[in-house]
Ligand binder design. Structure first.
Ligand code: IPE
Ligand code: IPE
Ligand code: MG
Length: 248
């Protein structure tokens, strides 16, 4: 059996059972992938973009409703300036060139993060794709860009505090639902499955509130080496798990 045949068979098996609604991915390991090959780190980011594209296709093939990709964290600004600027232009170009395929797939792009902190030119490019795909009703691709879980909570608490101050909200009415609705992910269900590549056993400030009961799946595979079959395999393992939500 060829690799493509194995992948198609795995996809069919996974699709025969209920698939998760929302899968989130911490795309990690680009730098190490490049370093191991004696290449500059940015070469890993170039490869990583190809994997991200493949994941949009794979998520669509699976029939997911939401695919969240952690592309750039609030902490990533502390990287060397040339790596940051390469990442910015790479992300901008990748998003721009993805537009025709997003339209073809009826997929919608949204951004999670402090968008006002993204360089204006990059933001304009992203806004264009977000706007062009806003009516699409298929897969939702959520790109976490200039995203920090703690910043998201700070923004939510500030918004709620302002509502309390204005007399529009009583403190005793602040509930899980009210907090969830104040996040960047306001109308989006919590992730069912969180994948992290490159083997790090940490969350790195990602979706802190939303992952309270998310299933975790961590693989040593570096992001540029991650394939559609790896995603299907992760979902297959998820399908075999029992989510107890604190019950017996
Ligand atoms: C993930 O790969 C991409 C981003 C964080 C933008 P890294 O660049 O973190 O790669 P490693 O972890 O250094 O290998
Ligand atoms: C997490 O990866 C952020 C993204 C994938 C965008 P990092 O490489 O920045 O995380 P740490 O530094 O290893 O925790
Ligand atoms: Mg990393």
């Amino acid at each position: 059996m060829t690799r493509a045949q194995r992948e198609a068979e795995l996809l069919e098996t996974v699709r025969a059972q209920p698939v998760p609604e929302h899968v989130a991915i911490i795309m990690d390991g680009n730098g190490r992938w490049a370093t191991r090959r004696g290449l500059p780190r940015v070469a890993g980011h170039h490869e990583g973009v190809k994997t991200a594209r493949a994941m949009v296709r794979a998520a669509d093939a699976l029939g997911l409703r939401y695919l969240t990709l952690y592309a750039f964290s609030t902490e990533n600004w502390s990287r060397p300036e040339d790596e940051v600027s390469t990442l910015m232009s790479l992300l901008e170009r990748a998003i721009h060139s993805e537009l025709p395929e997003l339209m073809e797939r009826n997929a919608r792009l949204r951004v999670l993060g402090r968008t006002n902190g993204i360089p204006a030119a990059v933001r304009r490019g992203i806004d264009h794709v977000v706007h062009a795909t806003r009516e699409n009703t298929g897969l939702n691709v959520l790109m976490a860009f200039n995203y920090g879980g703690r910043d998201e909570l700070i923004d939510a608490f500030r918004a709620l505090a302002r509502q309390v101050q204005a007399g529009e909200l009583r403190p005793e009415d602040i509930s899980e639902k009210v907090i969830s609705a104040a996040l960047y992910t306001a109308d989006i269900p919590d992730p069912d499955l969180l994948i992290r590549t490159s083997g790090e056993m940490r969350i790195s400030n990602f979706l802190l509130w939303q992952i309270a009961y998310t299933e975790l799946w961590i693989t040593p595979t570096l992001w540029p080496d991650f394939t559609a079959s790896d995603l299907y395999g992760a979902v297959a393992e998820f399908q075999g798990r029992t989510r107890r939500f604190g019950k017996v």
